[in-house]
Design a protein around this ligand. Structure first.
Ligand SMILES: *[C@@H]1O[C@H](CO)[C@@H](O)[C@H](O)[C@H]1NC(C)=O
Ligand SMILES: *[C@@H]1O[C@H](CO)[C@@H](O)[C@H](O)[C@H]1NC(C)=O
Length: 459
């Protein structure tokens, strides 16, 4: 009798302990890394979509002799406005979650939330700076490209061979240097020459000085109508509802939920998954803010961004993709010119630029194009326009010229390191004749009158 009682007495606290741990684990609601990483729109880290297959593409009788590639900068810090909102509004939301008598999250997350702050970022000095992960993205991309095209991207830098250019920003400069590091090694990048960077580069950032695009698209309130209407759609409403209930803050507004999504995105992009010494996944770098979402909510926030970019930088307005013609013309000049023509173009042209450039170029080329315009009603439909896939950090496009024994010169196009077949090119093979491609873009190249396209008519 005594021993039985003793036994129960001993077991009870153990039982209690185990039970509580289970309850806490249950409340953690951890999404998988993979569920989060690939749904962060333009804040998606490149590792979520990179092509790790480095096998050189082989086309019998043909070999690559030129490359022209345009690359978005890697993972960066947020803008000044996002940093300030995180430091102010999000800190307030944090406090309101922690002030609850029983905050709706498990102990590990509670601890993380208590420690969370963004005071290490100075909104004016640190905004949009490339971070360490962004450097690694560009270094690794360069290494893979070099392994695929070793003759075209030699390990020894030579200014006759390589032409590097970036825009007048820290993040594209650092991206160019990181890419160079991947190609030539850390100790040799100081020899790389760059032309003076421009803020409104006519090729790398063709939209910057385009007045008509500014007034008709970028600053036109109509542009965001579809995104705004999606806020009232049931999928977005449920996303907001989900976050209200997971935080137990019933008055959270869609802007609050978007801020949480943005902070979740940056914090996820900054840190790749690590394993701790016991080789268990180390969750200490996982963003506490992602935890208030489920997959459906992330997808709704992602779709909101897809709408925004579709109408501001993509297919939404014809002018937006028409103004990408200077970049297309430059691509043809770089890959078509012959050895004799002066000035001679380098064998490898590498440009480091921004999301706004890449998206407009994709739309100019007819890539990721859906049959119907994307509207607030299309959340549930299949779509090709997915910014998480097509416009992650370090997004890249490459045109490679192949010279062949028997055929005329050909072009291979890569997006995110994968072969794409452009509309109008043969759909049953990877290579497109240079002459065919040039014909397809005759209008872009021969009638690329920026003055005319961008003129704001006085009325
Ligand atoms: C570099 O480009 C020229 C064309 O201007 C070509 O003749 C040459 O073969 C290229 N070099 C290599 C190694 O591809
Ligand atoms: C951020 O940097 C600016 C410019 O150097 C400085 O004036 C300001 O005091 C800094 N802000 C904070 C909060 O440290």
């Amino acid at each position: 009798m005594l021993s039985q009682f003793y036994c129960l007495f001993l077991l009870l606290p153990i039982y209690f302990f185990v039970d509580m741990t289970w309850a806490e684990e249950g409340d953690c609601r951890r999404l998988n890394r993979a569920d989060i990483e690939g749904r962060l729109s333009t804040k998606t880290p490149y590792r979520a979509i990179a092509n790790y297959d480095e096998t050189p593409p082989k086309y019998a009788g043909c070999h690559p002799t030129r490359i022209w590639s345009i690359i978005r900068h890697g993972t960066r810090n947020p803008s000044e406005s996002v940093i300030l909102q995180a430091q102010n509004r999000l800190s307030e939301i944090k406090k309101r979650i922690l002030d609850q008598p029983k905050p709706p999250i498990c102990n590990a997350e509670l601890k993380k939330l208590r420690q969370w702050h963004w005071m290490h970022l100075n909104a004016t000095e640190d905004e949009k700076l490339l971070v360490a992960e962004g450097e690694d993205e560009l270094i690794e991309l360069a290494e893979r490209m070099q392994r695929r095209f070793p003759n075209l991207l030699p390990e020894l830098y030579n200014p006759e061979w390589y032409y590097f250019k970036y825009t007048a920003t820290q993040r594209t400069l650092k991206s160019a240097e990181s890419f160079a590091t991947g190609l030539f090694g850390r100790h040799r990048i100081h020899t790389v020459r760059y032309p003076p960077p421009l803020h409104e580069d006519p090729v790398l950032r063709f939209y910057k000085g385009c007045g008509k695009w500014k007034t008709d698209v970028d600053k036109n309130p109509e542009t965001l109508v579809n995104a705004r209407r999606f806020l009232a759609e049931p999928q977005m409403q449920s996303a907001v509802q989900h976050v209200r209930s997971s935080t137990r803050l019933p008055d959270l507004q869609p802007e609050d939920v978007q801020l949480m999504y943005t902070v979740c995105a940056f914090e996820t992009a900054w840190h790749r998954p690590r394993r701790n010494s016991g080789s268990m996944p180390d969750s200490s770098y996982e963003s506490v803010w992602c935890n208030f979402f489920d997959v459906a909510a992330l997808e709704a926030l992602e779709f909101f961004e897809d709408l925004e970019y579709y109408w501001n930088d993509g297919y939404g307005y014809e002018l937006t993709h028409r103004i990408a013609c200077p970049a297309i013309a430059d691509m043809f000049a770089a890959i078509s010119s012959s050895e004799e023509k002066r000035p001679r173009r380098a064998n490898a042209t590498l440009y480091f630029t921004h999301s706004g450039t890449l998206l407009k170029l994709l739309a100019h080329l007819g890539l990721a194009r859906d049959r119907k315009p994307l509207t607030h009603k299309h959340f549930a439909s299949e779509r090709l326009w997915r910014t998480s896939q097509i416009d992650a950090f370090a997004t890249n496009l490459a045109f490679l010229r192949y010279d062949c024994d028997k055929e005329k010169p050909q072009v291979l196009v890569l997006h995110q390191e994968r072969v794409v077949r452009l509309p109008g090119c043969p759909q049953d093979k990877d290579l497109c004749p240079l002459a065919t491609l040039r014909r397809l873009y005759a209008k872009s190249v021969d009638h690329c009158d920026r003055e005319e396209m961008c003129r704001v008519k006085a009325n």
